[in-house]
Design a protein around this ligand. Sequence first.
Ligand SMILES: Cc1cc2nc3c(=O)[nH]c(=O)nc-3n(C[C@H](O)[C@H](O)[C@H](O)COP(=O)(O)OP(=O)(O)OC[C@H]3O[C@@H](n4cnc5c(N)ncnc54)[C@H](O)[C@@H]3O)c2cc1C
Length: 548
Amino acid sequence: MASVSFATHEVLNQSPPFVDVNLFALDSPLADAVAANGGASAKQELMEFGQHWGSAVMAERGRLANENTPRLRTFDSKGNRRDEVEFHPAYHELMARSAHAGLHNSTWTGDGRPAGAASEVVRAAKFYMAAGVETGHLCPITMTRASVAALAVQPDLLAKTMPVIGTRAYDPTFAPWPTKRGMTLGMGMTEKQGGTDVRSNMTRATRDGEAYRITGHKWFMSAPMCDAFLVLAQADEGLSCFFMPRFLPDGTVNAIEFQRLKDKLGNRSNASSEVEFLDAYATRVGEEGKGIRTIIQMVQLTRQDCAIASAGLMRSGLAHALFHARHRSVFQKHLADQPLMQAVLSDMALHVEASIALVMRLCRSFDRAPNDQAEAAYMRLLTPAIKYWVCKSAPGFLYEAMECLGGNGYVEEGILARHYRESPVNAIWEGSGNVMCLDVLRALSREPDAAASILADLAAETAGLAHAAEVAAVIGSSFRRTDSERTARLAVEKLALLAAAAALNQVSPPQAELFANTRLAGNGAGMYGAVDLAQDDITRLLDRSLPT
Ligand SMILES: Cc1cc2nc3c(=O)[nH]c(=O)nc-3n(C[C@H](O)[C@H](O)[C@H](O)COP(=O)(O)OP(=O)(O)OC[C@H]3O[C@@H](n4cnc5c(N)ncnc54)[C@H](O)[C@@H]3O)c2cc1C
């Protein structure tokens, strides 16, 4: 990179920006994981996506969308309620690009059925790359995509909304959804007194002819400019799911009053609101009293996206760290050539390889679940385990990636500080860590035979890998314990590790061996780089992560 002269000094030895790169072409672990899970034929489509999302223009949109935060306009200048949130044009651009690529709908057919083939795997690859550029806007994207699974229990509503959800247009106008070219959906479950325990929801729903009137609050409701929300409220028969549009059928604005926007730790581009419903109009989704069963269809998919996005954040952190290390010299030698930095980066590369292999394996199960009971059981048991392990590993990973850039990593102008701030949220929302572990236990107790068969498959797929048999035995015995809840984190982490080793073995056996050697023995030091990898392995891991 050409040096710049100041009056006092020249700018030297700074790494160039990691932009105008093809995020797919540079990422062998991603390409291999996509191919191994049925997505090989989408290579050209993913190359085009990677080229576009790796551009300097997209990176700049990510920066602008985060530096220019959304603003709540509660009232207009005359004191009338507006309840609108204004976003920066860069945020709208990001939304438009993601919608154009079908991130909000490509796993569904036009009438709202699972699209099948490798649509989950291919979309996940795009979602993963987009997450490395800007995650805030992906919140309404993921909720919109996932909402279709809940709407499916109300076929008349699905039939009406799918023609609008199903387009690849992004339409930010504040107008009734049936009049729009495209729409987004959010969800409102969490209340002040309980987020995990949604049964404690106090928001009330009363019948009003065919529709309902909803009164109450939501303590977290993200992406408040969505065109409609799936909301939980107590009806006569118990907790029920409702479709609450921003406008009534007669075109007047619905009584959805935003109290304030949350001052959150993570991305700054997206808004999360506190909201009150004052006799707000809504229609029911599914049966009264079956609200949790209905919305859990949606939550299963947002959990999947949490894991994909966290893996994407880590990949981006690794790529930036490795790229920097290849350009930055310390003691007359590039950081990437220093043995200790190589140990750190290659160990991180191994974590990312395992994470993307595991996430893509999970997405394959989503692709196949409608027609394959074993894959459906894998999806149910492993979604919470994978969300738990991948999402919880992201903050520590991104902290390490940040440190690879030294002080520059810690400064908000760079993307790593943003990724680091963002990384905890995927573990917290859509079911926090403990809740994921309890979900694994629930899946085990509901389907013990299917769970035993998945564990047997994982043992077979990891046969010959160091420590795999011991880990499989530990998982089995932990889950059989009468006090399994107390040790659930231990067992769930091991389940995810074994599943990662199995997934990696299908993508890249040499990496699976390294993963088993360093992760399954259970005697790791817990810090990246505190491993003893051979030089050939280090070189291969780093070359696969980012070709020189
Ligand atoms: C940025 C952001 C955006 C969000 N957007 C939305 C949104 O759009 N819509 C929405 O509805 N919600 C949203 N949420 C809320 C989120 O889903 C909840 O915060 C989350 O589900 C946890 O609920 P809670 O905050 O009430 O914590 P609690 O339910 O009080 O849980 C606190 C802790 O206790 C643990 N815990 C819970 N039960 C058990 C148990 N039985 N045993 C052991 N440990 C347990 C949990 O794992 C957690 O760590 C958002 C949250 C954030 C941070």
